[in-house]
Design a protein around this ligand. Structure first.
Ligand code: THU
Length: 160
């Protein structure tokens, strides 16, 4: 039997088309790329979450001379959220980047390891996490739930 996996996402040509609170969150993510530590890739990633309690939590990528030790912005954010506001669900995360080598107007989406980490957070807090993906300018994608980015995920239910 043939089966098909599909998911819906929103695409906008510019952040000015977003609702004001999403514009604000994306602006914060774009700005916080300046705090990334990425001397090896020079690919500066910023992620900012708006939590269900209205607070903001951020993360940037933190690289290391021993390259695999580096951590992506998204997982730095999740660690910060878990420690600062334990148990509070995340409403939306905006993810942006800055790089002189790459043109700034296309969205990036989380790497596989971060998708797995984001999914665990979504599952443990029982609320979908929305993602807003964009570079420093131009196109914006909005995805309603992290689960859509990781079909056939390995989850805690497999361990019981
Ligand atoms: N990176 C992130 O922080 N998040 C992503 O979604 C993609 C990649 C980082 C990892 C590394 O420091 C640099 O970007 C280049 O891969």
């Amino acid at each position: 039997m043939h089966k098909k996996y599909e998911f819906d996402y929103e695409s906008y040509d510019d952040s000015s088309e977003l609702r004001p609170e999403d514009q604000e969150l994306l602006s914060k993510a774009r700005a916080i790329t300046a705090q990334a530590y990425a001397p090896y890739s020079q690919f500066y990633v910023g992620a900012v979450a708006r939590l269900k309690n209205g607070q903001f939590v951020a993360g940037t990528n933190q690289e290391n001379a021993s390259y695999p030790v580096g951590i992506c912005a998204e997982r730095v954010l999740l660690g910060n959220a878990a420690m600062l506001y334990p148990g509070v669900p995340i409403d939306t995360i905006a993810i942006s980047y800055n790089s002189e080598q790459v043109e700034p107007a296309h969205p990036i989406s989380p790497c596989g390891m971060c998708r797995q980490a984001l999914l665990e957070y979504e599952t443990r807090t029982l609320e979908p996490i929305r993602l807003i993906l964009s570079g420093q300018e131009g196109k914006v994608f909005i995805i309603k739930t992290v689960a859509a980015l990781l079909p056939f995920a390995f989850t805690s239910s497999e361990l019981q």
